[in-house]
Design a protein around this ligand. Sequence first.
Ligand code: BGC
Length: 468
Amino acid sequence: MASPGEDPSATVQPFTDDRLGRCLQPFMLSQAQLETVRDLMLDNMERGLRNDYQNPSSIKMLPTFVRSTLNGKERGEFIALDLGGTNFRVLYVRVSSTEKGGLEKKSKTFTLPQNVIQGTGEELFDHIVDCISDFQIANSLQGKKLPLGFTFSFPCSQTSLDQGTLITWTKGFSASGCVGEDVVRLLREATIRKGNSDLLVIALVNDTVGTMMSCGYDDPACEIGLIVGTGTNACYMEEMRNVEQVDGDEGRMCVNMEWGAFGDCGCLEEIITFIDQDVDEFSVNPGRQRYEKMISGMYLGEIVRQILIDLTYNGLFGGNISQRLQTRDIFLTEYLSLFESDTLDQVQVRSILTELGLRSTCEDAVLVKEVCRTVSQRAAQLCAAGIAAVVEKIRENRGLDHLKVTVGVDGTLYKLHPHFAGVVHRTVRMLAPLCDVTFRRTDDGSGMGAALITAVACRIAGAEPQAA
Ligand code: BGC
């Protein structure tokens, strides 16, 4: 196989299926490999929970201080913020009795310019407060001091519900002065700088936790939250006796696994390809989030682009690599969803390829679809191996022969890709045959969940609910 960097004209020959197979082979995982990934994940979960200093786990298994779920008595008006992907959302949520309408929400999405997510922490948090103030004005909420739930979808080490130290940025964020700081404090300081005194930060929530909670509003069997979007991660209800980082043995606590970092200690070397290595090296956080970089939307398009270049050296597109295809991140993950859609025909695939400067034949278009299918299938199977480990852990914790559980899911890749969800479901059935797992998609799960967690916290604290 020719490698990137070699002179393509020296290697061009008519393209054959056999060469496609050889290029894609490293991305095809056997059942045995997936079982190994599941077992390694389980082992890392256990070591992460134990806080094993001698043999540290690559996943942090962070306590979230979310113990109680909804009991239906929550009432009030809340603000929720959702920061962690390509956009920033502000929500107003009113929780009332079912007779009075249950949940009601208004929300607005704001874009987050690159210079803001990669500038200074002050700029980032000032921008967030500006967006909240706009939203309050547009919805006549000024002067109402509303409890606020902050969905902040990055690894945070929490010692209480309303405090969390940012461990590291992920997903292309790199605002300075935030790592090692309490992000709730950074938000409060920005509200003071900006003179917005209408916000009462009650809860800091990871998006997986918000998703689990909002799914639990409709389905009490939901004890797992999963995100597959720009990034990926999962949380689940763990027995307190196993959460060594928090005192007490009674009941359960939701644990934010931060599974994107799985493999950062080197345990996935067997399945990591030279293309995964390259994607990692050129990312803003090399060496980190290795599992996430094989699964989530931020990276799949780039993996496909690199395989296409590799294939071009082997004769695809007549051996001609377009200038555009040589640009990093030019192949969007949305294209995977598009190319794999059963309704998109050859002509449409070829017209997108033309936009990328690639003159393709019908055969080329078929091959590109096959590359996309292989990359998204590997992502879905790896994600399923993680979920299989989680459901097995819950089943073993409870000493059950058989577990029935629901996973609340959010994230664009899972929701928009035509086959991703199906592959996840089938693979979980294969890797966790003693568990009956239902997947429920939530809309706006992370933001709504933050409002619900805040509502629960207010109920428990006996806070005076706003009239609703
Ligand atoms: C973050 C997680 C988050 C996930 C999904 C990861 O990069 O570290 O905290 O839950 O993305 O948004």
